[in-house]
Design a protein around this ligand. Sequence first.
Ligand SMILES: [Zn+2]
Length: 449
Amino acid sequence: MTVEARTLKNEAIRNTLKATREKHSLMRPIVIELKLDLKCLNKEERHALEMYFVEGKWLKNYLLALPDEEFRSFDTRTRDIYSFDKDKNKVPRHLELPAKLIQSVYQRIKQDMKSLAAKRKKTGKKNGKLKFVSDYTTFDLNQYDNTHWICYGSDGDKNGRYKNTIHIAGIKRPIRTFGMEQIPAGSEPANAKLIRKPSGIYVHLTCYLPATSPVVSEDEKDDVDRLLEAIGTDLGIKTTITTSDGRKYDISIRETECLKGLQRKLARQIKGSKGWHATRELIRREYEKITNRRKDKANKVFHDIAEGQEVLVIQDDNIQGWQKGRFGKQVQNSCLGTLKSKFKADPRTVVISRWFPSTAVCPICGHKHEGMTLGVGEFVCPVCGYTEERDTKGAITTLLAGEIEYYSTHTGRMRTPVELTSDFQCFYEAWKQSALKPEAPSSSGIISQ
Ligand SMILES: [Zn+2]
C-alpha cells in the first residue's frame, strides 16, 4: 500500500469511528454476559481458544520486559516472541493469536501505562509500574464484525442455522452461547470482552439501546401536590438493610462450607504441586459462585426496594472504612458494596453525606439524641417522646433529609409537605451549614451513625 493510500484509509477509519461514537453517545449502553458453550467446538478449536489466554500471557510479559524504545516501536505483526521459564531461560514462542487480539493486548498495556502516568502526575507519588502476570484473562474485542459478531434470535443465518451463536476471530466455527435472550430487541451490538473465568469462557457484549428520554406530560408538571413516593434506606453496619417503611432485608452472603474445606485442604498441600493447583482452581470456582450469588441478591433487593419509587435516598456510608475496621468480616460477607453502587448508578438516588447523624436525630422535633450508641435498639426521643425501632428511624431520618435535598434541586416541582416545614428541616439546614466548616466532620461519625 502506498503512503497516500494508507493516509486515505486511515482518514476513512477515523471518520467512521467518529460517526459511530457520535451515534452511540445518544444511545444507552448495556453490557450482557454470554457464556460460550465449548462443547460445540472440536478438540482443536477448543484448544486454540484456550491457547489465546496462554499466548496473551506470553505476549503481555514479553512486552513488559522490552526496553522502552523497543516497546514503543513494537510491530503488532510480530509472531515470534520468547518467554522465560522459571530458571530465567529464554523459551521461544510462536503466536497463533489473530492480529486484532495482538493489537488489543498491546493497546491495553499502552492504556494502562498512560493511566498510571496520569495518576503519578496527579498524586505526585511513585506508584510502581505494570507487573508481570501469571494469568491473562481478558481480551478486548473492539471491532464488531471483525473481532466478533453474533447471530441472535431465532433467525440464524439464511439456512436457519447458527442460532444464538457468536463468532470469535481466529475460530472458524460459530460458538453456541447461553444468555442471548438478554439482548433487547432493537439494540445494536458493539464491542465486547472475551473473559476467562474459573467456570468457563465468557463474552461481555456491549449493546446500545436507543435512548428513550422520559417524557413529562404537561398534566404532570402542573400536579405540584403530587405525593413524593420515596424510600430511604439505612445501610446498616449489620448484614441487614432497613427501609423507611420498616422492611428489612438480609443481605449476608456467607462463605460456603465447601470453600472452608477447600482452604483447609490447600493449606495441607505442598505449594506448587499438582494437587495444590487443582485445589486452587476449585477455590477460584467457589469464589466465582459466591460473587454470582452476591450479585443476584443485590439485584433482587434493589429491585424490591426501588420498583415504583420516584426518589431513592441512601446515606453515603464509609464502606471502605468499615472493611479496615471492626466490621470487616460482616461487610465482606454481604452484598452491601454491590447494592450501594447499584443505588448510586440510579438517576433517582439522592445521596446524603456520611457525616449526617441519621441515627441520632429525631425526625419529628429535630432533637439530636446523644444516647444512641451502637447497642441501643430502640430510639426514644427525650424531647417529644417519638419512639421507633433504631434502623427504621435511621431510614426515616435519611429519607427526610433526602426529600429536603430533592426539593432544593427540583424547584420546578416545589411542594411544601408538612414534615418539611418542621423542626427537623431547621436541624438539617443548620447541620449542613456547620458541616461546611472544615472542623465539623470528625472520625466519630462512624459511631454516631
Ligand atoms: Zn423528638
